[in-house]
Design a protein around this ligand. Structure first.
Ligand SMILES: Nc1ncnc2c1ncn2[C@@H]1O[C@H](COP(=O)(O)OP(=O)(O)OP(=O)(O)O)[C@@H](O)[C@H]1O
Ligand SMILES: [Mg+2]
Length: 263
């Protein structure tokens, strides 16, 4: 266990899992191409079978952290371990092969690829209309209207976001990172999405990380981590973290008042 980041948790619970079934980031640094420091010695450990929600102020480094996990950005220094294996040097494709999957805050559009093809590529199989319908209905879309549409600029922001989430749901992954899945999604689909995440959490084999500012998503977490200034400012069990977040001046309050206590 990384005692620096695991707070409010019994040490025994994590010690026994030390070198297995864990995603661990150690002392990660990342700079922008022009040299600005974004991640500043970030340590994070996420045990298997847990839903961890990462929150924190805009620009704090959450998306950068997700891109480092997925191998989209390469850290300047630090180490990344998955289930006891050092994956620091693996590229984006190799990380995907290890079962790391990432749903973007702002999904990429693919001209010339249909929704059906995108989801089939993600799942690794051809799929019946019924199977596609099951996955797309989880994100509030009717399959028949969408499966033959191209994943291009004719889709609305909310539609593309939902299709991206559906394609991640279709994948068989060890580590799944959703970056602000609520962004641009209407309220009805958002409630549906919460149910999907709760369902995923119940049957979780691996690690589910959701980056979010939404209270309703924070509430379904096992643990909550606060990222600010490129570091984990606080992390702990969700109910304890919620109390702190609600009773302080939000996340900024955690950063200034609780940092020393929680780390
Ligand atoms: N490729 C890049 N080039 C330049 N700056 C970058 C790059 N990627 C990230 N940054 C900067 O790093 C900082 C952290 O960005 P990041 O997207 O990780 O924040 P975030 O915590 O996800 O914020 P939000 O809550 O707004 O999504 C920001 O100041 C951002 O402008
Ligand atoms: Mg972000």
């Amino acid at each position: 266990m990384h005692s620096k980041t695991k707070v409010n948790s019994s040490p025994e619970q994590y010690n026994e899992k030390d070198d297995e079934q864990v995603l661990r980031l150690e002392n990660i640094y990342w700079d922008t191409p022009s040299g600005g420091n974004v991640l500043n010695g970030l340590d994070l450990e996420i045990p298997d079978g847990k839903l961890v929600v990462i929150t924190g102020p805009n620009g704090g480094g959450k998306t950068t952290l997700a891109k480092i996990i997925a191998g989209i950005y390469t850290q300047k220094s630090g180490r990344i371990m998955l289930d006891g294996e050092d994956i620091t040097e693996l590229d984006i494709t190799q990380r995907a092969e290890k079962g790391i999957s990432f749903a973007f805050q702002q999904p990429v559009r693919f001209k010339g690829i249909t929704v059906r093809k995108l989801i089939e590529l993600a799942s690794g199989n051809t799929m019946s209309e019924h199977e596609l319908c099951e996955i797309l209905s989880k994100v509030g879309l009717c399959a028949r209207e969408y499966i033959n549409r191209e994943v291009d600029s004719t889709l609305s922001g909310g539609e593309i976001k939902r299709i991206e989430i559906a394609s991640v749901l279709a994948r068989h992954t060890n580590v799944t990172v959703f970056d602000e899945p609520e962004a641009g999604i209407d309220l009805w689909s958002f409630s549906n999405l919460i149910n999907v995440f709760q369902e995923m959490r119940k049957n979780l084999k691996g690690t589910l990380i959701i980056i979010s500012h939404q209270e309703r998503i924070l509430e379904i977490a096992d643990e909550i981590a606060v990222v600010a200034d490129g570091r984990i400012k606080a992390m702990g069990k969700a109910d304890e973290m919620m109390k702190i977040l609600m009773n302080s001046n939000g996340i900024t309050g955690v950063c200034s008042k609780q940092e020393g206590l929680l780390k």
